[in-house]
Design a protein around this ligand. Structure first.
Ligand code: BES
Ligand code: ZN
Ligand code: ZN
Length: 459
């Protein structure tokens, strides 16, 4: 059940006292509450929740342990736990709040539930925010996370390329953006051959979603998201275990839509463009084959070493288009490789950029927003691993090493002019529950990127 935000404390609202580790003395607590805390050995351990009684067996409030200041390995989003451990009703935050905005975002994120196919099970919790926080901003961020998770959690039967287009169109319309979609054979006419090749075997036609928002004269930001609505692997078919989660292969698209939603909602002074190649990597008589040579928008020919490396193919044509207008910032997000998870696990997406300043800024914002990201190198010597005997490049390497790096290097060949390009190889999924992260589709990198863009282009 989503946590609801109250604009003001209600009369029945109960306090959540935030207490740092070993800092019970430093929080201004009623005597009965601090006795109760001591009697239970409550010491502000991160994530500890202790319900405090009031008269006649009612609930008087809750103590919440926030742990120590910025400890490595301790998420700043532990407050997400409250969404699932507080009793129903109205609550407000008090006490030792180091970052009230992050705590509120964590609670809202932790209360997420996917309710498209059944009634919500969670508790009805309403939260009054501390006075000094920017409620509109918190809501904007939490809504974007919900939007992303809903898109990813929706299975392919209800989130094919057509439905993904509709979701993008609805968002664009809401904010008055100009929208177009290039569908099916029109992709060939308008020179997006690789998007067509990957998506043509599916029952629902492949397409390139393209919308633009903002003033033409403002700095250009372009977001590109991998919108593979299902990845069977194609003729190089995945085993059942590898295919099970592949509804999430449009996680890059979902995330760029979430980021776009925040940018437009905040009316940041930028010219935003969103490009989503939306396809299903499916199997039928007209599927593209291993060893096919594809022509690309950029003009490079690409030998298909593996039809399961489809994301980089559809992204390449979209990135080539994005690069044509040389935006100031070009961000692409994609559930691109299993190898990224081997390297860093599901919770720490790698990103790649040639631009050291941009990399440092991204790393700093990732830290500030508890939206972890880790830079990996565009290691040029590995480019040769992508060489093909008969085409300009192969889409995979043969040795299987450095899979996330070589996928990023493949993409880099299609971005020639744009200096401020960054590629995010995200997982888009929470496999094991954490306080602010229920199992399922996940928003990754967009809270960090929103903060970066918001600070760089203040409204
Ligand atoms: N969508 C997958 C990557 C993926 C798999 C992301 C599992 C997250 C979880 C992508 O299209 C893919 O299949 N990549 C292959 C590339 C390989 C054939 C070079 C992979 O990672 O195995
Ligand atoms: Zn694949
Ligand atoms: Zn894929």
């Amino acid at each position: 059940m989503p946590v609801e935000i109250l604009s003001e404390k209600s009369a029945s609202s109960r306090p959540i006292w935030f207490v740092g580790k070993g800092k019970l003395d430093q929080v201004n607590l009623p005597d009965t509450v601090s006795f109760w805390a001591r009697a239970h050995g409550f010491d502000g351990e991160p994530g500890a929740v202790l319900i405090v009684p009031a008269d006649k067996g009612a609930i008087g409030g809750a103590l919440f342990g926030t742990g120590e200041d910025k400890v490595e390995g301790q998420s700043q989003l532990v407050a997400g736990k409250l969404a699932r451990s507080l009793p129903e009703g109205d609550w407000h935050i008090e006490g030792d709040i180091r970052d009230a905005e992050l705590a509120a975002i964590a609670i809202l994120m932790g209360g997420y539930e996917f309710t498209r196919y059944r009634k919500p099970k969670g508790k009805a919790i309403r939260l009054a925010l501390p006075k000094d926080v920017n409620a509109a901003r918190i809501r904007r961020i939490a809504d974007a996370v919900t939007f992303v998770r809903d898109l990813i959690n929706t299975p392919t039967s209800d989130m094919g390329p057509d439905a993904l287009e509709q979701a993008a169109r609805d968002l664009a319309t809401k904010h008055g953006a100009s929208f177009r979609s290039i569908v099916g054979d029109a992709l060939l006419e308008q020179n997006f051959p690789m998007i067509h090749a990957v998506g043509r075997a599916a029952a629902i036609a492949p397409r390139l979603i393209d919308f633009q928002w903002g003033r033409e004269s403002d700095p250009k930001i372009t977001l590109v998201g991998k919108g593979v609505c299902f990845d069977t692997g194609g003729l190089d078919i995945k085993p059942a275990s590898g295919m099970l989660l592949m509804k999430k292969d449009m996680g890059g698209a979902a995330n760029v839509l979430g980021l776009a939603a925040m940018i437009m909602d905040a009316k940041l002074p930028v010219r935003l463009r969103v490009l989503i190649p939306a396809v299903e990597n499916s199997i039928s008589g007209n599927a593209f084959h291993p060893s096919d040579i594809l022509h690309s928008r950029k003009g490079l020919t690409v030998e298909v070493g593996n039809t399961d490396a489809e994301g980089r193919l559809v992204l390449a044509d979209a990135l080539a288009l994005a690069d044509e207008e040389e935006p100031e910032l070009l961000i692409d997000m994609a559930t691109l490789t299993g190898a990224a998870r081997v390297a860093l696990g599901p919770d720490l997406p790698p990103f790649y950029t040639h631009d050291d300043e941009l990399a440092a800024a991204i790393a700093a914002k990732a830290n500030e927003t508890a939206d972890p990201l880790w830079r990996m190198p565009l290691w040029q010597p590995y480019l040769q691993k992508l060489s093909s005997r008969i085409a300009d490049t192969n889409n995979v390497t043969t040795d299987g090493f450095a899979g996330s790096v070589t996928a990023a290097l493949f993409l880099s060949r299609f971005v020639e002019k744009t200096r401020g390009w960054a590629h995010f190889d995200i997982f888009g999924w929470t496999p094991f529950e954490k306080p602010a992260f229920p199992v399922g589709g996940e928003a990754q990198a967009i809270r960090a990127l929103y903060q970066l863009i918001e600070e760089r282009y203040p409204a």
